[in-house]
Design a protein around this ligand. Structure first.
Ligand code: GLA
Length: 380
């Protein structure tokens, strides 16, 4: 039996910038989706989902069965995209399990897509030893950047026009590091995290994300609308990434109000990522924390993807001595916050959240102190 793993992620800063050609700073989590599988000679993929207690199957390249459960659509779409790209896939029987909470903004779907891709590719090359995703990709004559793009395509076909961040970090995570990714050319570098001096605390609001696909795709279209209008002032503008704060300040009044606020978030958020790289590089954690908090305010006020529960978690965190900064993470509309805290402040944060949050919302939060993990791999 073989085991493949695709990790979830938490994004430290750079939210809703990826599909605007901008910058992000995510880290991979130890929480992951795993597929235990036995390759076989035929093309069928037979999967049992531990979470849904259900078994279902598909044959890559054949018409989707009408009664395919939603959870099967991810590996089906991954197989479809990989096959179109000319990769050789193998059939297998497998069990999907995982501890990335679903619908919490920690990228369980990207983790699942990446694990599915590795499973399909490993099943075609069962001779490959355990090792990082890079080796599996190389054995198929490709690389993990392409794998990330194909997994992103699969997500689009499931229905969310997501950017590249989640699939990319799931494949390129580094232990102890966040990565700084340029989402336009996919160049990236590792940003070591000051593990002894600060903890990364992820808190699940327990608000299941609702209307994510609709709200997300709408934000994306509003950004595209902004690009179309701003291009009149500079034909070189292809994405919001290309709009400088100066050009924006000069021409923002030409944009309808909502589009203007969406664009302002993205343009200022890209600048915050650049500043965060500097702050982290020079060990200025107070500054990094302030940037995280500014990111939240912008997501709340300009991008409109927060909500009362996420705002409350952020408020509780920011009111706790030793917390450096706090923000919602991922697409928003519910899900998790990420908080940077001095290690000695973590217990106070925990008790502040578990004391106040359930009383005010009736919801039970979950709290994790997260370590940055390595990217996807064949584990066994
Ligand atoms: C989701 C998407 C990502 C990214 C974030 C917001 O996680 O999958 O591509 O756009 O939202 O930053």
């Amino acid at each position: 039996m073989r085991v493949v793993r695709g990790p979830g992620r938490v994004n430290l800063i750079g939210e809703h910038t990826d599909y605007n050609g901008g910058f992000v700073m995510p880290m991979a989590l130890r929480m992951a989706v795993r597929i235990a599988l036995v390759p076989h000679a035929g093309p069928a993929v037979v999967l049992h989902s531990e979470q849904f207690g259900e078994t279902a199957e598909f044959v890559p390249g054949q018409v989707e069965p009408d009664d395919a459960p939603h959870w099967l659509r991810y590996p089906m779409k991954v197989a479809e995209v990989l096959a179109e790209a000319g990769l050789v896939l193998g059939g297998f029987r497998g069990v999907v399990s995982g501890d990335v909470p679903v619908g919490s903004g920690l990228s369980s779907s990207a983790a699942y897509e990446v694990a599915s891709a590795l499973g399909l590719l490993l099943a075609a090359r069962p001779d490959l030893p355990p090792g990082p995703a890079e080796a599996v990709a190389a054995a198929h004559g490709t690389d993990t950047r392409h794998l990330a793009e194909w997994c992103q395509q699969a997500e689009h076909r499931v229905g969310v026009r997501c950017g590249i961040m989640d699939q990319f970090i799931s494949l390129h995570g580094r232990e102890g590091c966040a990565i700084v990714l340029d989402c336009r050319d996919l160049s990236f570098e590792a940003a070591p995290l000051p593990t002894g001096r600060a903890a990364v605390v992820v808190i699940d609001s327990a608000v299941q994300r609702k209307l994510t696909a609709g709200g997300y795709n709408e934000r994306r279209s509003q950004c595209e609308d902004g690009v179309g209008r701003l291009r009149k002032f500079d034909p070189d503008i292809r994405q919001l990434r290309d709009v400088s704060p100066e050009l924006f300040a000069a021409h923002a009044s030409a944009l309808p109000k909502t589009v203007r606020r969406r664009c302002r978030h993205v343009i200022t958020e890209n600048a915050r990522v650049a500043e965060s790289v500097e702050a982290l590089g020079s060990g200025d954690l107070e500054r990094f924390g302030r940037l995280l908090s500014a990111s939240h305010d912008s997501l709340r006020d300009d991008y409109d993807v927060s909500g009362p529960e996420l705002d409350l978690l952020v408020e509780i965190a920011r009111g706790t001595p030793g917390v450096l900064g706090s923000r919602l993470t991922g697409a928003g509309f519910g899900g998790c916050t990420v908080t940077l805290a001095r290690p000695e402040a973590v217990e106070a944060l925990r008790s502040a959240v578990t004391g106040r949050y359930p009383l005010e919302t009736g919801l039970t939060p979950r709290i994790w102190v997260s370590q940055a993990a390595a990217g996807a791999a064949v584990e066994a």
